[in-house]
Design a protein around this ligand. Sequence first.
Ligand code: 6PG
Length: 241
Amino acid sequence: MRPVIEVLGGYEALTRRAAELFCAWAGEGTGPFRVALSGGRTPRALYEALAGPFRERVPWPRLRLFWGDERCVAAEDSRSNYRMAREAMLDRAPLSPSQIFRVEAERPPAEAARRYEETLKREFELADGERPRFDLILLGVGEQGHTASLFPGSPGLAPAPALVLDVSVEAEPPRRITFTLPVLNGAARVLFLVCGADKAGYVRSAIEGSRPAIPAGSVRPADGELRWLLDSAAAGQLKAR
Ligand code: 6PG
Protein backbone atom coordinates (compact mmCIF):
# COMPACT_ATOMS: atom_id res chain seq x y z
CA MET A 1 0.00 0.00 0.00
CA ARG A 2 1.41 3.40 -0.95
CA PRO A 3 1.93 5.83 1.93
CA VAL A 4 -0.62 8.59 2.47
CA ILE A 5 1.15 11.95 2.57
CA GLU A 6 -0.54 14.95 4.15
CA VAL A 7 1.18 18.34 4.21
CA LEU A 8 -0.24 20.72 6.80
CA GLY A 9 0.46 24.43 7.19
CA GLY A 10 2.28 24.24 10.51
CA TYR A 11 2.65 22.45 13.84
CA GLU A 12 -0.79 23.46 15.13
CA ALA A 13 -2.56 22.25 11.98
CA LEU A 14 -0.54 19.03 12.01
CA THR A 15 -1.40 18.44 15.68
CA ARG A 16 -5.11 19.06 15.06
CA ARG A 17 -5.15 16.67 12.10
CA ALA A 18 -3.31 14.00 14.11
CA ALA A 19 -5.85 14.32 16.93
CA GLU A 20 -8.74 14.05 14.46
CA LEU A 21 -7.25 10.91 12.92
CA PHE A 22 -6.53 9.41 16.34
CA CYS A 23 -10.13 9.93 17.47
CA ALA A 24 -11.57 8.63 14.19
CA TRP A 25 -9.42 5.49 14.23
CA ALA A 26 -9.92 4.84 17.94
CA GLY A 27 -13.67 5.21 17.43
CA GLU A 28 -13.87 2.62 14.66
CA GLY A 29 -14.03 -0.51 16.78
CA THR A 30 -15.40 -1.72 20.09
CA GLY A 31 -12.49 -3.65 21.63
CA PRO A 32 -9.17 -2.40 23.00
CA PHE A 33 -7.43 0.22 20.87
CA ARG A 34 -3.73 -0.52 21.33
CA VAL A 35 -1.42 2.37 20.53
CA ALA A 36 2.35 2.72 20.73
CA LEU A 37 3.23 6.30 21.60
CA SER A 38 6.27 8.07 20.24
CA GLY A 39 8.70 10.13 22.24
CA GLY A 40 10.68 13.25 21.47
CA ARG A 41 9.16 16.72 21.19
CA THR A 42 6.81 16.58 18.18
CA PRO A 43 3.96 14.45 19.59
CA ARG A 44 3.68 16.40 22.86
CA ALA A 45 1.05 18.80 21.50
CA LEU A 46 -0.97 15.85 20.19
CA TYR A 47 -1.04 14.26 23.64
CA GLU A 48 -2.05 17.61 25.17
CA ALA A 49 -4.80 18.00 22.56
CA LEU A 50 -6.21 14.54 23.23
CA ALA A 51 -6.44 15.25 26.96
CA GLY A 52 -7.66 18.80 26.25
CA PRO A 53 -9.87 20.03 23.40
CA PHE A 54 -10.38 16.53 21.97
CA ARG A 55 -11.04 14.94 25.38
CA GLU A 56 -14.70 14.16 24.76
CA ARG A 57 -13.95 12.47 21.44
CA VAL A 58 -11.40 9.96 22.77
CA PRO A 59 -12.82 6.54 23.77
CA TRP A 60 -10.58 6.51 26.86
CA PRO A 61 -11.80 3.20 28.39
CA ARG A 62 -10.75 1.35 25.24
CA LEU A 63 -7.21 2.73 25.03
CA ARG A 64 -4.19 0.60 25.84
CA LEU A 65 -1.04 2.72 25.72
CA PHE A 66 2.44 1.42 25.00
CA TRP A 67 5.71 3.08 23.95
CA GLY A 68 7.57 2.30 20.73
CA ASP A 69 10.80 3.25 22.43
CA GLU A 70 12.09 4.59 25.71
CA ARG A 71 15.29 6.05 27.02
CA CYS A 72 17.07 4.03 29.73
CA VAL A 73 16.40 6.58 32.45
CA ALA A 74 14.09 6.76 35.46
CA ALA A 75 10.41 7.48 34.82
CA GLU A 76 10.73 10.90 36.43
CA ASP A 77 13.82 11.84 34.39
CA SER A 78 13.19 14.82 32.11
CA ARG A 79 14.42 12.72 29.15
CA SER A 80 11.86 9.97 29.71
CA ASN A 81 9.29 9.49 26.95
CA TYR A 82 6.89 8.16 29.58
CA ARG A 83 7.31 11.33 31.65
CA MET A 84 6.57 13.50 28.61
CA ALA A 85 3.35 11.57 27.90
CA ARG A 86 2.41 11.54 31.60
CA GLU A 87 2.72 15.31 31.90
CA ALA A 88 1.04 16.00 28.53
CA MET A 89 -1.79 13.49 28.74
CA LEU A 90 -1.80 10.62 31.25
CA ASP A 91 -2.13 12.80 34.36
CA ARG A 92 -5.02 14.70 32.75
CA ALA A 93 -7.00 11.84 31.19
CA PRO A 94 -9.52 9.30 32.61
CA LEU A 95 -7.16 6.32 32.30
CA SER A 96 -6.59 3.54 34.81
CA PRO A 97 -3.07 2.23 35.49
CA SER A 98 -4.11 -1.07 33.90
CA GLN A 99 -4.38 0.72 30.55
CA ILE A 100 -0.81 2.00 30.61
CA PHE A 101 2.14 -0.24 29.74
CA ARG A 102 5.26 1.68 30.65
CA VAL A 103 8.73 0.45 29.75
CA GLU A 104 10.53 -0.19 33.05
CA ALA A 105 13.54 1.64 31.71
CA GLU A 106 15.03 2.18 35.14
CA ARG A 107 16.00 -1.50 35.16
CA PRO A 108 19.20 -2.80 33.52
CA PRO A 109 18.61 -2.39 29.75
CA ALA A 110 18.61 -6.07 28.81
CA GLU A 111 16.15 -6.82 31.62
CA ALA A 112 13.93 -3.88 30.66
CA ALA A 113 13.81 -5.10 27.06
CA ARG A 114 13.09 -8.68 28.07
CA ARG A 115 10.30 -7.63 30.43
CA TYR A 116 8.72 -5.35 27.82
CA GLU A 117 8.80 -8.14 25.26
CA GLU A 118 7.02 -10.33 27.81
CA THR A 119 4.45 -7.56 28.29
CA LEU A 120 3.75 -7.52 24.55
CA LYS A 121 3.46 -11.30 24.41
CA ARG A 122 1.03 -11.27 27.32
CA GLU A 123 -1.12 -8.35 26.22
CA PHE A 124 -1.35 -9.52 22.60
CA GLU A 125 -1.56 -13.20 23.58
CA LEU A 126 1.26 -14.03 21.17
CA ALA A 127 2.38 -17.54 20.35
CA ASP A 128 6.10 -18.10 19.80
CA GLY A 129 7.25 -16.37 16.64
CA GLU A 130 4.17 -14.14 16.39
CA ARG A 131 4.43 -10.37 16.40
CA PRO A 132 1.88 -7.92 17.86
CA ARG A 133 -0.48 -6.05 15.55
CA PHE A 134 -0.86 -2.59 17.04
CA ASP A 135 -3.92 -0.64 15.99
CA LEU A 136 -1.72 2.43 15.71
CA ILE A 137 1.99 3.18 16.09
CA LEU A 138 3.02 6.83 16.29
CA LEU A 139 6.52 7.62 15.05
CA GLY A 140 8.83 10.55 14.48
CA VAL A 141 12.06 10.97 12.55
CA GLY A 142 15.25 12.14 14.19
CA GLU A 143 18.91 12.60 13.43
CA GLN A 144 20.45 10.11 11.01
CA GLY A 145 16.87 9.33 9.90
CA HIS A 146 16.17 7.24 12.98
CA THR A 147 12.71 6.31 14.08
CA ALA A 148 11.72 4.90 17.45
CA SER A 149 15.28 4.13 18.59
CA LEU A 150 16.28 2.40 15.38
CA PHE A 151 19.37 4.17 14.10
CA PRO A 152 21.37 3.23 10.98
CA GLY A 153 22.97 -0.18 11.44
CA SER A 154 20.75 -1.05 14.40
CA PRO A 155 20.28 -4.74 15.15
CA GLY A 156 16.59 -3.86 15.47
CA LEU A 157 16.40 -3.31 11.71
CA ALA A 158 17.18 -6.94 10.98
CA PRO A 159 14.32 -9.41 10.41
CA ALA A 160 14.96 -11.11 13.75
CA PRO A 161 12.42 -12.74 16.05
CA ALA A 162 13.01 -10.22 18.83
CA LEU A 163 10.15 -7.77 19.42
CA VAL A 164 12.01 -5.44 21.78
CA LEU A 165 15.74 -4.75 22.03
CA ASP A 166 18.05 -2.72 24.24
CA VAL A 167 20.34 -0.72 22.00
CA SER A 168 23.20 1.75 22.22
CA VAL A 169 22.70 4.77 19.99
CA GLU A 170 24.58 7.91 18.95
CA ALA A 171 22.22 10.21 20.75
CA GLU A 172 21.61 11.37 24.28
CA PRO A 173 20.93 9.28 26.30
CA PRO A 174 22.79 6.52 24.50
CA ARG A 175 20.99 3.48 25.95
CA ARG A 176 17.46 2.88 24.66
CA ILE A 177 14.73 0.27 24.58
CA THR A 178 13.04 -0.02 21.21
CA PHE A 179 10.53 -1.97 19.20
CA THR A 180 12.20 -3.77 16.35
CA LEU A 181 11.33 -3.05 12.73
CA PRO A 182 9.13 -6.17 12.37
CA VAL A 183 6.91 -4.83 15.17
CA LEU A 184 6.58 -1.46 13.46
CA ASN A 185 5.79 -3.14 10.15
CA GLY A 186 3.21 -5.41 11.75
CA ALA A 187 0.95 -2.51 12.71
CA ALA A 188 -2.49 -1.89 11.23
CA ARG A 189 -1.56 1.78 11.00
CA VAL A 190 1.66 3.78 11.35
CA LEU A 191 1.43 7.55 11.64
CA PHE A 192 4.57 9.66 11.28
CA LEU A 193 4.45 13.18 12.71
CA VAL A 194 7.30 15.28 11.30
CA CYS A 195 7.91 19.01 11.53
CA GLY A 196 10.79 21.24 10.55
CA ALA A 197 13.10 21.89 7.64
CA ASP A 198 15.88 19.95 9.36
CA LYS A 199 13.85 16.79 8.72
CA ALA A 200 13.13 17.51 5.03
CA GLY A 201 16.04 15.46 3.71
CA TYR A 202 15.08 12.45 5.82
CA VAL A 203 11.46 12.78 4.73
CA ARG A 204 12.46 12.83 1.07
CA SER A 205 14.71 9.82 1.54
CA ALA A 206 12.06 7.86 3.42
CA ILE A 207 9.19 8.64 1.05
CA GLU A 208 10.87 9.08 -2.36
CA GLY A 209 14.12 7.18 -1.87
CA SER A 210 14.55 4.25 -4.24
CA ARG A 211 15.66 2.07 -1.33
CA PRO A 212 15.26 2.52 2.40
CA ALA A 213 18.45 4.52 2.95
CA ILE A 214 17.44 5.46 6.48
CA PRO A 215 15.66 3.54 9.22
CA ALA A 216 12.47 5.61 8.85
CA GLY A 217 12.39 4.55 5.20
CA SER A 218 12.22 0.91 6.23
CA VAL A 219 8.86 1.41 7.95
CA ARG A 220 6.40 -0.02 5.47
CA PRO A 221 3.59 -1.96 7.17
CA ALA A 222 3.16 -5.25 5.34
CA ASP A 223 -0.59 -5.23 5.84
CA GLY A 224 -1.42 -1.79 7.13
CA GLU A 225 -1.67 1.90 6.40
CA LEU A 226 1.35 4.20 6.43
CA ARG A 227 0.54 7.89 6.77
CA TRP A 228 2.88 10.88 7.03
CA LEU A 229 1.71 14.14 8.55
CA LEU A 230 4.24 16.80 7.56
CA ASP A 231 4.41 20.50 8.04
CA SER A 232 5.34 22.43 4.92
CA ALA A 233 8.97 22.75 6.03
CA ALA A 234 9.45 19.01 6.51
CA ALA A 235 7.81 18.42 3.12
CA GLY A 236 10.02 21.03 1.47
CA GLN A 237 12.21 18.60 -0.47
CA LEU A 238 9.47 16.28 -1.73
CA LYS A 239 9.18 16.27 -5.52
CA ALA A 240 5.82 14.62 -6.11
CA ARG A 241 3.30 16.71 -4.22
C1 6PG B 1 12.79 9.42 20.94
C2 6PG B 1 11.78 9.20 19.86
C3 6PG B 1 12.46 9.49 18.55
C4 6PG B 1 11.81 10.75 18.02
C5 6PG B 1 12.66 11.42 16.97
C6 6PG B 1 12.07 12.79 16.62
O1 6PG B 1 12.80 8.66 21.91
O2 6PG B 1 13.52 10.41 20.82
O3 6PG B 1 11.09 8.10 19.89
O4 6PG B 1 12.39 8.48 17.61
O5 6PG B 1 10.54 10.43 17.47
O6 6PG B 1 13.97 11.58 17.50
O7 6PG B 1 12.12 13.58 17.78
P1 6PG B 1 11.50 15.06 17.79
O8 6PG B 1 10.03 14.90 17.65
O9 6PG B 1 11.92 15.62 19.14
O10 6PG B 1 12.13 15.79 16.63
